[in-house]
Design a protein around this ligand. Structure first.
Ligand code: KG4
Ligand code: ZN
Length: 337
């Protein structure tokens, strides 16, 4: 079963062809990072216009790279929410137009379900997919959530952030440090050379039974530390600051995941979403897995950040269940999981 995935929910225009929901034949991502970096963050109107200009060449590129023709496709899966409304519209209208013109079934995919499906794509680093039930930590620019995935395909939200998402915390502190957009990637790079013990930063909501998150206090603490200095940190000090911020975020993500695994009696943890690309988080989760004896599944870095192969994977399951979107398929910017 060959499915074309289309993803335009934020600032990546992406298309991919996936066989049987598992084998990635092509995976094209046109990042808009350089366009938005000038503004220090994603500008929704600019994102929509970039998607319009890029979507057709990106889809053509995905078919060419996969060496398949339009006629070979069995269906089209497109992200219909959550995300930026104008950005989502470009993908959804393109997907519906292609479905109509080619006479192929179309399904709308929840972007978050896409992130959760990335771990089912074949990769040497993931010799086997996780069994059900399992726990998933979804950490991205817009979401931070602990989710229980049950054998019937249902997701149950166990805990989530009360304010900022983990990726948002990385990006906001990155901006304060003058690191440009997206800050998460820069903090990851700098943290590798710094000392995490250099600056004392808060770990929110440590209460015993809590599996919710909060990152606004960390942001305020970082701003206060920076405001108390005569000049912004540079060189080794900047690396120490980045390492301390990263550790504060990672500590909480690991602690709450362990607590949720224990509470739910689960032995398999999936970590996904853009922040799962963070090397500090990957290492800390691996250490926790070795210590506690749970199995860890993290997609390769290029499938943690936004891409369309994960949308094709989630869409294949939906198509197999017989789901079909009509031409009325609409975008839902606030779509829950
Ligand atoms: O999943 P994603 O690509 O888009 C959303 O659905 O939000 O996640 C983007 C987020 C951004 O906040 C970005 O800073 C963060 O993921 N991110 C990272 C790293 N790579 C991406 N954060 C920390 N370390 C990284 N290496
Ligand atoms: Zn995402």
């Amino acid at each position: 079963m060959l499915v074309l995935g289309i993803e335009t929910s934020c600032d990546e225009t992406a298309a991919a062809v996936v066989a049987d929901g598992r084998v990635v034949l092509s995976d094209v991502v046109a990042s808009q990072i350089l366009v938005h970096a000038e503004f220090g963050g994603v500008v929704p109107e600019v994102a929509s216009r970039q998607h319009v200009a890029t979507i057709v060449p990106v889809i053509r590129g995905a078919l060419e790279a996969a060496k398949v023709s339009w006629a070979d496709l069995d269906g089209i899966a497109v992200t219909s929410g959550p995300g930026l409304v104008g950005a989502l519209l470009v993908g959804v209208e393109t997907g519906k137009a292609l479905g109509l013109a080619l006479g192929k079934p179309v399904v709308g995919v929840n972007h978050l379900a896409g992130h959760l499906a990335a771990v089912f794509l074949e990769d040497p680093s993931l010799p086997a997919p996780p069994p059900w039930p399992h726990l998933a930590l979804l950490v991205s620019g817009g979401h931070t959530a602990l989710i229980r995935a049950d054998p019937d395909g249902r997701f149950r939200l166990l805990g989530s952030t009360r304010d900022d998402a983990a990726g948002e915390a990385f990006d906001k502190v990155g901006k304060m440090l003058g690191l440009g957009y997206p800050g998460g990637v820069q903090i990851d790079r700098l943290a590798a050379q710094g000392s995490a013990a250099a600056y004392a930063l808060p770990r929110a909501l440590p209460g015993r039974d809590d599996i919710d998150f909060s990152f606004s206090g960390l942001k305020t603490a970082a701003a206060t530390l920076l405001a108390g200095r005569s000049s912004p940190p540079q060189g080794a000090e900047l690396a120490d600051f980045a390492a301390s911020v990263q550790a504060a975020i990672v500590d909480v993500l690991v602690r709450k995941s362990r607590r949720a695994l224990a509470r739910e009696g689960l032995g398999h943890l999936v970590v996904c979403g853009g922040v799962a690309a963070n090397r500090g988080l990957r290492a800390a989760m691996a250490a926790a897995a070795a210590e506690d004896g749970f199995r860890l599944y993290i997609p390769p870095i290029r499938r943690c950040t936004d891409n369309a192969s994960m949308i094709a994977a989630a869409g294949t399951s939906a198509l197999r269940r017989g789901e079909r979107a009509s031409l009325e398929l609409a975008v839902d910017p606030g779509m829950p999981l």
